[in-house]
Design a protein around this ligand. Structure first.
Ligand SMILES: NC(=O)C1=CN([C@@H]2O[C@H](COP(=O)(O)OP(=O)(O)OC[C@H]3O[C@@H](n4cnc5c(N)ncnc54)[C@H](O)[C@@H]3O)[C@@H](O)[C@H]2O)C=CC1
Ligand SMILES: O=C(O)[C@H]1O[C@H](OP(=O)(O)OP(=O)(O)OC[C@H]2O[C@@H](n3ccc(=O)[nH]c3=O)[C@H](O)[C@@H]2O)[C@H](O)[C@@H](O)[C@@H]1O
Length: 437
């Protein structure tokens, strides 16, 4: 099948590459000329494990193409995905300007029936809006389908190729048949394509992300209680997670959720609720708790240094919002950097993949180090913000001898507190015993 993907970012590039891998001929379209030039030169534009090999293979086999020209890109396409940004607008609601602009552009360009697919995360009613926009100028029949994406960055290829489920919102039998054909290779192992109306599909995406953000936040509050009551959040996590009604995943306490989606989608759902005069109280609490949680270790760091961080150097391990990605959108690390620098500290950071992106965003506000140990040179303390595997079993002797004060503030609960005590560290983590050193 011929497929077009408009917007070649995280979701668009993964969608395009994976559908090429299942035999379709795919053209990805983007307005970012530099991005398209790089992709056309065979240079992948995002770090995503496993994607590069598929990208290279499908380019070589002539199934994957890139262009900045929408008209050329959608030529002959039976399915046109919209994988465009939906950032928060000034009031927190999802800004649909990118989607509606492309919908406007698409109308006059359609030559034959096509299924236009909203892959972006969009509020309820967007499929209707996109339909109306395209209809203004379209001379042919078309359907607009909502097909939200549930992939996680860092495991995007696996999530895309073996989805738990695929949600498709459409009431058109014609569109349904085409979507069935496209997704058949991905749901072969028995995970379903769930069909529903467009509005329910749109809401499903916000419900899923908001529920997961709530689950994490609930555990973060339990962790905060653990600290006050002398309990251990890891034990509690195991104790509750083995109940299959609760499930083991997304119960890890830490310095809050970040990323390009949970923060914006929780906010957008809260805004949608407001628009229909509904007080979605839980979501407001989730946002408030997460805001506080991100910098939860800062008062403890300040306290350790008797309230004064002026002239102190803090080593920071991890900048991306989670491991296996170079994405720094809403990364808790950035909020901690702000607080530390504001308090007069110098930050020396290392991240396996995200340093270029951070440099692009905050420049020389911090020092960028070649590896995790250089970040410790002359540092007064170590703060861990992202659970990259390389931080899990470091050479603790090296860490110990490099740090001026033998203290670790661990925002991702990487180590066992007792072990840290035995190794001679003071150790602060989330929802567990503090080792005062
Ligand atoms: N990043 C993720 O893990 C996930 C994101 N989503 C949703 O998918 C959507 C896209 O997200 P990302 O891929 O992360 O965004 P992104 O920002 O990485 O990529 C969007 C791309 O669209 C391009 N673009 C903007 N206007 C355009 C136009 N008129 N024509 C062609 N291209 C245009 C941009 O240049 C950019 O390359 C959002 O709604 C997001 O909420 C959903 C699931 C997962
Ligand atoms: O809509 C989206 O963009 C995507 O958002 C999330 O995926 P992603 O943001 O890539 O990453 P997650 O693995 O969900 O992690 C999000 C944040 O939650 C944090 N987290 C996650 C799990 C956990 O137990 N504890 C926890 O603090 C992570 O550190 C990270 O900051 C969802 O998991 C995807 O299903 C969804 O498609």
């Amino acid at each position: 099948m011929k497929v077009a993907v408009v917007g070649t970012g995280y979701v668009g590039l993964v969608t395009g590459t994976c559908f090429a891998e299942t035999g379709n001929t795919v053209t990805c379209i983007d307005i970012d000329e530099k991005k398209v030039e790089s992709l056309n030169n065979g240079k992948i534009t995002i770090y995503e494990p496993g994607l590069e090999a598929l990208f290279e293979r499908n380019i070589k086999q002539n199934r994957l193409h890139f262009t900045t020209d929408l008209k050329e890109g959608i030529e002959g396409a039976k399915v046109i995905f919209l994988a465009l940004p939906t950032p928060p607008g000034e009031d927190g609601s999802a800004d649909l300007k990118y989607i509606l602009k492309v919908a406007d552009d698409l109308g006059p360009l359609l030559k034959d029936y096509a299924v236009i697919v909203d892959k972006s995360t969009v509020p309820v009613g967007t499929a209707e809006k996109v339909t109306a926009k395209i209809k203004q100028n379209a001379k042919v029949d078309f359907d607009v389908v909502s097909n939200p994406e549930f992939l996680r960055e860092g495991v995007a290829v696996e999530d895309f190729m073996k989805p738990d489920r695929v949600v498709v919102g459409t009431r058109s039998e014609k569109a349904k048949k085409i979507m069935d054909m496209l997704y058949a290779p991905l749901v072969r192992q028995g995970n379903p394509v769930i069909y529903m109306d467009e509005k329910s599909a749109e809401l499903t995406k916000y419900a899923a992300n908001s529920f997961l953000a709530t689950k994490i936040t609930f555990m973060n509050e339990i962790a905060n209680m653990c600290e006050l009551l002398g309990a251990d959040v890891d034990a509690v996590r195991k104790g509750v997670g083995t109940d299959t009604r609760i499930g083991k995943r997304f119960l890890f306490a830490g310095i809050g959720y970040g990323g390009s989606c949970f923060p914006k989608d929780v906010q957008a759902l809260a805004k949608s609720a407001q628009e229909v005069n509904y007080d979605f109280d839980i979501l407001n609490a989730v946002m408030n708790v997460n805001d506080k949680q991100k910098t939860k270790l800062i008062p403890q760091i300040k306290n350790y240094f008797a309230g004064d961080l002026k002239g102190k150097t803090i080593a920071l391990w991890g900048l991306s919002f989670k491991p296996y990605t170079d994405d720094i959108r809403e990364a808790p690390a950035l909020y901690n950097i702000d607080e530390l620098v504001k308090a007069g500290a110098k930050v020396q950071a290392y991240d396996p993949e995200a340093m270029e992106n951070v440099k692009g965003q905050i420049g020389d506000k911090i020092v960028y180090c070649d590896d995790q140990y250089s970040a410790l040179e002359n540092a007064d303390a170590l703060l861990i913000a992202t659970e990259w595997p390389v931080f899990r079993t470091p050479d603790f002797d090296r860490v110990h001898s490099a740090l001026k004060n033998k203290v670790i503030f661990d925002g991702r609960n990487l180590y066992n507190p007792d072990d840290m005590g035995e190794l001679g560290f003071a150790y602060y983590s989330i929802g567990r015993t503090t080792i005062n050193g």
